[in-house]
Design a protein around this ligand. Structure first.
Ligand code: GDP
Length: 195
């Protein structure tokens, strides 16, 4: 897809009502620092549209990016930032759940995990929420350039077992550094948009 326009159209905080969009939505979740902003920028061919987090966990909003007036890229708040109170963590969690529960246009959810590490308890919880709300999350394993090619299968297995993925669940390895995996993610988004 040729990206003509990217507009951050709506920003929702804890108490905001989510917009009732007509265009399809695709939501992206992952813990702080996993590379979510870098993924958005790589997909959109923008250098710094979504701010990469100098202070992870700071912006706790749901951001709706209108792309080409064709679909929304929905950036869910990063979770798991250690320096935040439990109460605050619960509020973000509720916001994410509320979005998953209420969006009518949400076509697919993407969960980002770092390819180098075993998924955390928060990653697993997020995955389970997504499944609970009826979605089959697509896993994006970020920072692919940080591992050796020979480690890939082992790491994918670790992610699969850590999240408790079912056999058919898709994991797409991705690197914002080399852009490896970008075409596969785009192909999937385009396919889902047709549905
Ligand atoms: P966010 O908090 O999930 O939005 O994460 P960011 O996109 O801000 O990335 C967190 C850090 O990881 C930054 O220092 C990025 O430069 C780095 N990073 C993100 N993606 C990649 C990647 O694919 N490869 C490498 N080597 N670093 C990455």
């Amino acid at each position: 897809m040729i990206i003509k326009t990217v507009n951050l159209e709506t920003v929702c905080g804890i108490t905001s009502t989510f917009p009732e969009n007509i265009l399809p939505e695709f939501a992206f979740a992952g813990k702080s620092n996993v590379g979510k902003s870098s993924l958005i920028n790589a997909l959109m061919n923008r250098k710094a549209y979504a701010r990469t987090s100098a202070q992870p966990g700071k912006t706790q909003t749901v951001n709706f990016y209108n792309i080409n007036d064709a679909f929304y890229y929905v950036d869910l708040p990063g979770y798991g930032y250690a320096k935040v109170s439990l109460q605050e963590k619960e509020r973000w969690g509720k916001m994410i759940e509320r979005y998953l529960h209420t969006s009518r246009q949400l076509r697919a959810v993407f969960l980002l995990v770092d390819i180098r590490h075993e998924p955390s308890a928060n990653d697993k919880m997020m995955y389970e929420w997504m499944v609970y709300h009826g979605y089959a999350p697509v896993i994006i394993a970020t920072k692919l350039d940080k591992i050796k090619r020979s480690q890939l299968q082992k790491q994918l297995k670790l992610i699969r077992s850590g999240l408790g993925l079912k056999g058919e669940s898709l994991i797409l390895p991705f690197s914002a550094e080399t852009k490896q995996g970008r075409e596969e993610i785009w192909a999937l988004l385009e396919e889902l948009m047709q549905e």
